[in-house]
Every structure is written in structure tokens, then in C-alpha cells.
Design a protein around this ligand. Structure first.
Ligand code: FAD
Length: 321
């Protein structure tokens, strides 16, 4: 019996959020006296797959069929179900994402499994199988008891602090039966919006709001992001005004992020923006208005003008290197 962890691949490597899911799965395996097996679908580097061992996986099943090279939640769910059946997996885990949620829901229906998405902690197995999930965009937490034989858990970023070892996983090729009906619509080409760091995977995000004053005043923010190796984000009005590209829009109607560090520059902290960032570990707010609502959600606050504070922060980061 094994805990099965479905991972997402980007540019041949396992995505960071999926590496966290592997570590989470290995801890669940430890607590349930089983072992952690990873399922990777699509083209991936062998060495990158072996690295799943660093996060606690013993074995990686790799389904590399050319037909699976583009994301396809129907086909991926079918592959996941076949892997779960082969491995006799009673617990199936993946990182929360658009693809993760879509695959999890389809696989759970096929496996007749209970599914919980947005899991924030390791399950409590002391009496039954209880998991905690974030609800109301992270403002509250629900404890859920899972009663089915097979369970599907979709894990939020930062649910556990992953620790790496030097271990390597063994990699086996996995050849599932693919159904034509899963390929009724197929992706032919994917063009990424940019070559920047992915917001959902970033450890640090520097984000700007209307307080940045306009599209021509973004350099101080970009320089701090460059110094920190951070991804950049923005509030909705900023992308609506075309000051920044739409794929940077964070919040209820944009991307939901959960970095270790979120630095908000000239963003008021409206509830719709907070809904996208309250999974962040540490929030730093820079705003010239001491009454800005964002300060209530901040771990650290700087009351001041972004155009004064940002260059000083960049200088301090550079000096500390
Ligand atoms: P503002 O509210 O204008 O705030 C600018 C802030 O910058 C102020 O706090 C000001 O004190 C500060 N400031 C100004 N100058 C400086 C300076 N020189 N130095 C430091 N600080 C300065 N918003 C989102 O972000 N994401 C969403 O997903 C989203 N979804 C929405 C969905 C709905 C249905 C609705 C109705 C709204 C949504 N909004 C969303 C909009 C949201 O309500 C706010 O209007 C928006 O977040 C405000 O953006 P802002 O903080 O950049 O601008």
C-alpha cells in the first residue's frame, strides 16, 4: 500500500508546490505505515524525477506518453486512478492549483473517494481521519472527517515546511490505458505570458497597487524584486489600467498566492485583494496612510512613501548579499 502523490511538471522539472506535496505525502505515509509514491505525467527529466526522493518519495511512476504532454484533466485523472489502483493507494495527494483541483475532483469521483481541497495541515489519525481546510478564502478553517476507504487530499502551499535530504527515488515507467474520449479537446500549443517567475510558485512576491502612481513608476519595485529574486504582482485596478500585465493580478478575481514573503507596495488592502494573499507566511505592507486596512493583515508595516522606502530596501538587500 502506498500514499500516491500526483505532481505537476514545468519545463521538465517537478513544480515547487508539488515538491511540497511530496513532502506532505511522505509525512502522511510515515504516519500511516505506508510509503510515498509519486505519479508524474508528461515529459520530465529523469534526474528531476529522482529528486522526488529528497522530499521523501520512495518511487516515481512516470507516464511519459506523448499524448499526455499537455495538461488534460480528464486524461490525467484517468491515469491517476489507474496508478492508485496499481499501487493500492488509499490516500491520494496533490498540490492545490487549477489543474490539481480539476484532476482531484475527477479522480475522486472515479475512486468513490472523499475529497478535501485546501488542506492546511497533516491529517489527525488519532481517532478517524480528520483534516483541516481553509475556508472563506483563508479567513477560517474547517475540520473535516473523511470516512471513505480511499481519500483525496488537495494540499495548500505552506501546509508543511518541506525538509530536503540526499535520498533519491527510483523511477519506473508507467503505461496507462488511454481513452480516446479523454482527448476530445486537445491543447496544440502553449505560449507562456512571460518568462518571469511563476507567481503561484514564488517564494517572494513584491506587489504594487495604485500607490505606485502609474505605469512609468514601477522601476523601484522591479529593482527590489530583482534584488530579492522575487516575482512581481499587482492589485486589480493596476492591471485593469494596463499599468501591469493581467497575469500579475492578485486577489479574489485574480491569482491566489501563498509565498513565504509578500511585500505590498501602495496597496490599500481591500478584502478582495486580501482574499488572494492571506495564505502568505509573512506579509510586509508599505503604505503612506497609517490607517490603510492592509496594516491589519500585515506582520510588518512601514508607514511611508513607496518611492522613498523601496530604494532604501533594495540598497539594504544588496548590502546584505
Ligand atoms: P487603492 O485603493 O487606490 O489604494 C492605493 C493605496 O496606495 C492607498 O492605501 C494609499 O494610501 C496608498 N498610497 C498612495 N500613494 C502612496 C505612496 N506614494 N506610497 C505609499 N502608499 C501610497 N482588487 C484586487 O486587488 N484584486 C482582486 O482580485 C479584486 N477583485 C475584486 C472583485 C470585485 C467583485 C470587486 C468589487 C472589487 C475587486 N477588487 C480587487 C478591487 C478592490 O476592491 C480594490 O478596489 C483594489 O484592491 C484597490 O486597489 P489598490 O489598493 O491598488 O488601490
Amino acid at each position: 500500500m502506498s500514499v500516491l502523490i500526483f505532481v505537476e511538471i514545468d519545463n521538465g522539472a517537478i513544480k515547487k508546490s508539488s515538491l511540497e506535496a511530496i513532502y506532505y505525502g511522505s509525512k502522511v505515509a510515515e504516519n500511516t505505515q505506508s510509503s510515498a509514491t509519486v505519479l508524474a505525467i508528461g515529459a520530465a527529466d529523469a534526474d528531476a524525477l529522482k529528486a522526488a526522493g529528497k522530499f521523501g518519495a520512495k518511487k516515481v511512476l512516470h507516464a511519459a506518453d506523448e499524448k499526455l504532454s499537455h495538461e488534460n484533466s480528464l486524461a490525467y485523472a484517468d491515469v491517476l486512478v489507474q496508478a492508485a489502483q496499481q499501487e493500492d493507494s488509499k490516500i491520494v495527494i496533490m498540490a492545490k492549483s487549477g489543474l490539481g483541483d480539476a484532476v482531484a475532483a475527477r479522480a475522486a469521483a472515479k475512486l468513490k473517494a472523499a475529497i478535501v481541497s485546501g488542506v492546511t495541515d497533516l491529517p489527525d489519525t488519532s481517532g478517524g481521519f480528520m483534516v483541516t481546510r481553509a475556508i472563506y478564502t483563508g479567513k477560517a478553517f474547517a475540520t473535516v472527517e473523511m470516512n471513505t476507504d480511499v481519500k483525496v487530499l488537495v494540499v495548500r502551499k505552506n501546509a508543511v515546511e518541506a525538509v530536503e535530504t540526499d535520498a533519491q527515488a527510483s523511477v519506473e515507467s508507467f503505461s496507462p490505458t488511454l481513452r480516446d474520449s479523454d482527448f476530445a479537446a486537445t491543447v496544440k500549443n502553449v505560449e507562456k505570458a512571460g518568462s518571469e517567475l511563476s507567481l503561484t510558485d514564488a517564494d517572494i512576491i513584491v506587489s504594487g497597487g495604485r500607490g505606485m502612481k502609474g505605469p512609468d513608476h514601477w522601476d523601484p519595485l522591479l529593482e527590489l524584486a530583482g534584488a530579492l529574486g522575487a516575482a512581481t504582482g499587482c492589485s486589480k485596478p493596476v492591471s485593469d489600467l494596463d499599468w501591469r500585465p493581467h497575469h500579475e493580478h492578485i486577489g479574489q478575481t485574480g491569482i491566489k498566492v501563498a509565498p513565504n514573503l509578500y511585500i505590498a507596495c501602495g496597496i490599500s488592502g481591500a478584502i478582495q485583494h486580501l482574499a488572494g494573499v492571506n495564505g502568505s507566511k509573512t506579509i510586509v505592507v508599505i503604505n503612506k496612510d497609517p490607517e490603510a486596512p492592509f496594516f491589519k493583515a500585515a506582520d510588518y508595516g512601514i508607514v511611508g512613501d513607496v518611492f522613498d522606502i523601496l530604494p532604501r530596501l533594495t540598497k539594504a538587500v544588496e548590502a546584505s548579499k
